[in-house]
Each structure stands twice: as structure tokens, then as C-alpha cells.
Design a protein around this ligand. Structure first.
Ligand SMILES: Nc1ncnc2c1ncn2[C@@H]1O[C@H](COP(=O)(O)OP(=O)(O)OP(=O)(O)O)[C@@H](O)[C@H]1O
Ligand SMILES: [Mg+2]
Length: 263
């Protein structure tokens, strides 16, 4: 088997005395969309944040394209921090989009997308804005480049946030409930951008309650419950004939079973 884009091994995350992730093992294949589902508080965001190194795991390892992120761990459990410069380079392969778009209110769409290119990547203003514009075109917002966040709809703001992440040329994109704060009529435009990205072969990990998206675009579904991966499999197995009692209960309680018609 070829090297996975992300390999999570025996990951444990504790906040104080509370164990939020318990011995999580998960592989994210290249060029596929993996969807993470599970009840509120099951640890989905925490797992995603560990993959982006926004949280440090308590034990276990995360490997990005074969390189260990954050901390290496010996067979006897001794952890060693990966040198900062090397770790930054590994982490730079990951782009992340959140439920809250977190755009800078005082910058235009173009400013939001080009800012890190100028300040972090030291690109010239011209080059940064050219690359930023190309990303805005990609998410269908070229005509909104000069607008401030307050002049954009929620769906447009989220597309700017996606463009901002893509401008940094990540190899893997993580999405944490990217449509959950949007009105239903604005959800589709964001999911369409994500569909296009998937069709281009971007490796994606998506936490979402949009079961229609998971069922039609996801190639792998992982179900997290109480900090454990209970089930992983293709959408057909998850939604059409869930064999795991806990998963079945989750689908009954949380999701629109009508979505199984999509399969
Ligand atoms: N910084 C933190 N400090 C303490 N506990 C935390 C912290 N972040 C998350 N938790 C706890 O970890 C657990 C998992 O939270 P997490 O946000 O990962 O769940 P989730 O599956 O994303 O839930 P939701 O669907 O509501 O977004 C919860 O019990 C939460 O209260
Ligand atoms: Mg969450």
C-alpha cells in the first residue's frame, strides 16, 4: 500500500483528567475525501486540530506524507519534539478551514487571501495579489475581491477563507464543519467549491453533518464516538447498511435518513 497522506497512530489527547481521544488509529489516503462524523463532543474537532498541530497530542503520533508531525515517539514511549523549522515545513502541507471564517474585518477579500503570502512567505505585493486573485477566481469570487467581509454573505466569506487556505498551496485540506454557521441556502455554494476541489484530487478531511456531501463525495467515512474511532468504511457501508449498533443509533438520532436515498 502506498504511503497515506496522514497516518494517525495510537493517538491520545487529554485535557487535564479528561481523555478526549482514546488510542485513535486512522489513515487518510491520498487524493480522497475522508469524512469524520460523530456526536457532539466525540472529539472530531480535537482530532482535526491535532492533525493541523493546533493541539499537541498527549501520546501517539501523526505522520504527514511519511514525516512525523510535532513529536516523535520511541517504542518505549519517549517523546521528542520535532525541531521547529522542520515541523513548520511539515505543518505547511496542511490547510484548514473552520466553522467560523475568521476573516480580518479590516481587509478586503483580496487582502485576506494575500496577507500571509506577503508577511509569512515574503512574496512581493504583486505576486501575492496575483496568486490570491487566482484563488478567488477558483472559488468564484473574482468580482468580490475588493469587498470587505461585512459586505459579503456568509457563504462568500467562507469561500474567501477556503481561498486563503488554498493560496498557501497545501497538500491536504482539513475542514471543520465549514457550513454549520451558514443559512441553508448558502451551504450549497460552499459544498460546490469543496466538490470541485475533491474532483481535482485534493486530499481532504471533512468534519460535517452534511450527510449528502459525505455520501456522494466522501470515499471514506470514519465514525468517532466518545473519542474512539468506532468504524471506518466506504459511504455505502456506513449509510446503507450500518452494521455497528452505535453508528446506527447515531444515524437515526442525528442525521437525515433520507440521505441514504442518495446512495
Ligand atoms: N481546550 C479544551 N479544554 C478542555 N476540554 C476541551 C477542550 N477542547 C475540547 N474539549 C472537550 O473535548 C471533548 C471533544 O470536543 P470536540 O470539540 O473535539 O468535539 P466535537 O466532536 O468536535 O463536537 P462538536 O460536534 O460539538 O463540534 C468535549 O468534551 C470538549 O468539551
Ligand atoms: Mg467540533
Amino acid at each position: 500500500m502506498s504511503l497515506p497522506a496522514i497516518a494517525v497512530k495510537n493517538l491520545v489527547k487529554k485535557f487535564g483528567d479528561t481523555t478526549v481521544l482514546q488510542n485513535v488509529d486512522l489513515q487518510i489516503p491520498h487524493g480522497q475525501v475522508s469524512c469524520l462524523i460523530g456526536p457532539s463532543g466525540s472529539g472530531k474537532s480535537t482530532l482535526l486540530r491535532c492533525m493541523a498541530f493546533l493541539e499537541e497530542a498527549t501520546s501517539g503520533t501523526i505522520t504527514i506524507n511519511g514525516e512525523v508531525l510535532g513529536f516523535t515517539e520511541s517504542a518505549t514511549g519517549i517523546r521528542e519534539r520535532v525541531p521547529p523549522a522542520a515541523n513548520r515545513a511539515i505543518r505547511a502541507q496542511i490547510g484548514m478551514v473552520f466553522q467560523q471564517f475568521n476573516l480580518w474585518p479590516h481587509m478586503t477579500a483580496l487582502g485576506n487571501v494575500s496577507e500571509a503570502l506577503k508577511t509569512v512567505h515574503k512574496m512581493s505585493r504583486k505576486d501575492a495579489e496575483e496568486r490570491a486573485m487566482a484563488q478567488l477566481v477558483k472559488v468564484g469570487l473574482e468580482s468580490r475581491a475588493g469587498h470587505y467581509p461585512s459586505q459579503l454573505s456568509g457563504g462568500q466569506q467562507q469561500r474567501v477563507a477556503i481561498a486563503r487556505a488554498l493560496a498557501l498551496k497545501p497538500k491536504i485540506m482539513l475542514f471543520d464543519e465549514p457550513t454549520s454557521s451558514l443559512d441553508p441556502e448558502l451551504t450549497g455554494e460552499v459544498l460546490n467549491v469543496m466538490r470541485d476541489l475533491a474532483a481535482e484530487g485534493m486530499t481532504m478531511v471533512v468534519v460535517s453533518h452534511e450527510i449528502g456531501f459525505a455520501a456522494t463525495v466522501g470515499q471514506q467515512i470514519a465514525f468517532l464516538d466518545h473519542g474512539r474511532i468506532v468504524f471506518t468504511g466506504p459511504p455505502q457501508e456506513v449509510f446503507r447498511k450500518p452494521r455497528n449498533a452505535r453508528l446506527e443509533q447515531f444515524l437515526d438520532t442525528y442525521l437525515d435518513r433520507g440521505a441514504s436515498m442518495l446512495l
